[in-house]
Design a protein around this ligand. Sequence first.
Ligand code: MN
Length: 709
Amino acid sequence: MKVFDELRHDLEAYLEPEKIAAIEEAFLVAERAHEGQKRQSGEDYISHPIAVARILAGMHIDHQSIMAAVLHDVIEDTQIEKKSLAEQFGEEVADLVDGVSKLTQITFESRAEAQAENFRKMLLAMVRDIRVILIKLADRLHNMRTLGVLAPAKRRRIARETLEIYAPIANRLGMHNFYVEFEDLGFAALYPVRYRILKAAVRKARGNRREIVHEIEESLKKQLQKHHIQFEEIIGREKHLYSIYKKMRNKRIPFVEIMDVYAFRIIVNDVDTCYRVLGIVHNLYKPFPERFKDYIAIPKVNSYQSLHTTLFGPYGVPIEIQIRTKEMNQVADNGIAAHWLYKIKHHTPDKAQIRAREWLQGLMEMQESTKSPLEFIENVKMDLFPDEVYVFTPKGDILELPSHATAVDFAYAVHSDIGNSCIAAKINRRLSPLSTILSNGQTVEIITAPGARPNPAWLNFVVTTKARSNIRQLIKNQRRAESIELGQKLLERALAVFSLDKDKLTKEQFNVVLKQLHYKSVKDLYEAIGLGNQLPLVIARIFANDITHVDEKQTQQHKHQPLYIKGIQGMLVKFAECCRPIPGDPILGIFNRGYGLVVHVTTCQKIAKLSTDPEKCIDVQWEAEISGDFKVDLYIEVINQRGVLAQLATTIAAAQANIEDISIDNRDGRVNIVRITISVHNRSHLARIMRRIREVKVVTKISRQKPIY
Ligand code: MN
């Protein structure tokens, strides 16, 4: 009988004797049913349901929930059936016990599926009667408190589940006390060492803070008394350990900085006083602008109400202050459960209850429209985990990405091949840049093109490791492939000086050279040449077995052996921005060690000095058939008059060329220099355009080279 006494004592604080008697009856049935059963700790099993009931009694929950809590494991673990519970204690209690049992019973094949399905069942139960979830949370809380006796693997599994599922639910339902305890117990069980270290650090920091905390508290009290404010209490608050840990880990805020915030809660009797206290503390210490939040006027979804403000305290320390009434504080601690408090009269559901129901209703509707439990949990997580973003593929599959993920991250999340060949994205069917940051619920479609390649600039905005590592890898591979190709061409060209044909060289000849220069493969050799780490002419000499010095004739021959280039720029062949060569232009390549080949127009001013250096300079020629667009700059001198730009634009468009960029240089009042970057196919296309521009009346001069004045 002693087992029941403590619970009875708790119940006497708020329930009538006949209700306590009914609970005691339930206890007798449960005690008999669990007779002989032991907990892992060796205690009689009945101690567990009693402990669960006491947690709920501490929150003054109604007597039917307490009865169900006492009986919560009998359907699951004993011979007793729902029917007999209904006969003895009524449908309501039987339904509650049944609901809790159903949450416990379900077993699944995979961990992910189990979680999702459990979650769904749990929420299903919640909608029918939310008290089932209160009992389940209390059940889990007691199991967490007594976790120590379990085997380590099981302990970790339960702890993880608590952090992933139960803590977020408690938080969503506004049950702050549960939430904090779930997180700290889960943290301690999952990361015992980190927990211990952090706990010790907090204890030490608390010692250092004590004086300042006391000083602030005293000045707050004094000020309130001076204004004759009746206050319930002033409490110094601290963050719980797991929230400190999460802040340090996720936001990379150092421990000292987290501990350097002083937080107080002022509890008063009525709403009016809340606002008066706010005025008084703002007078005492200067408030941080824009840090004030009025959750009294606009409560949070979980019905939390309070005033929040941050002040500049003494010694420049920030002080966070919460001001609220006793009732609001109840809700803040117990959330939805605060509205299940036993009340003598039947009460109509209040706003918080209605809001909670709406939330659950929303989840239910979502659940009906999604078939797989996994998909459902993804949906639910949108509400529970705001740090993630959930987006849809065109087929309706859901992808979970970290917040700030972009269309490129999405593409890589779908498949690396999609990421590697993406060129644009459609977000909610509208064409959007690949760098667009995604938000919840968007449908994202990725447009790919065969042969498209990742842009190194993407590294500036992608957030997922998958995207990052794929892009890096591809750039590396691409660079190597291009170096090999370029190196091969350069060697062919040098061999021609010695009348050698690369394709006719034997494997043995290659092996001799590779061995001499310590390269593992022919590709490595080509890469070294392509990157400029080996001079092609020197290598060619080794092949030719020509040990004499390179003579002038050979150099000249080499210089005039052209290298054919395609129209496509890569990582190693680039077109100079200073002169922007286009097919048809006479061109010259400048080889920069490690950077590859830059192609200039032969008349480019910038290379005038270099063009005599045979090691750096390479004769290049356009390949015969080149298609594509090439950017070219035009400097057009025009008479300063209105509508000039429009005329130029129309003319260029009529010649089927695109304008890429325009800038205007105000020369004097009479003429302007307009620089227009256009894209053209080749030299004759450009000539056609220039001819048409020249025909425009206001144009006085046109040139591809920047005019010098
Ligand atoms: Mn249990």
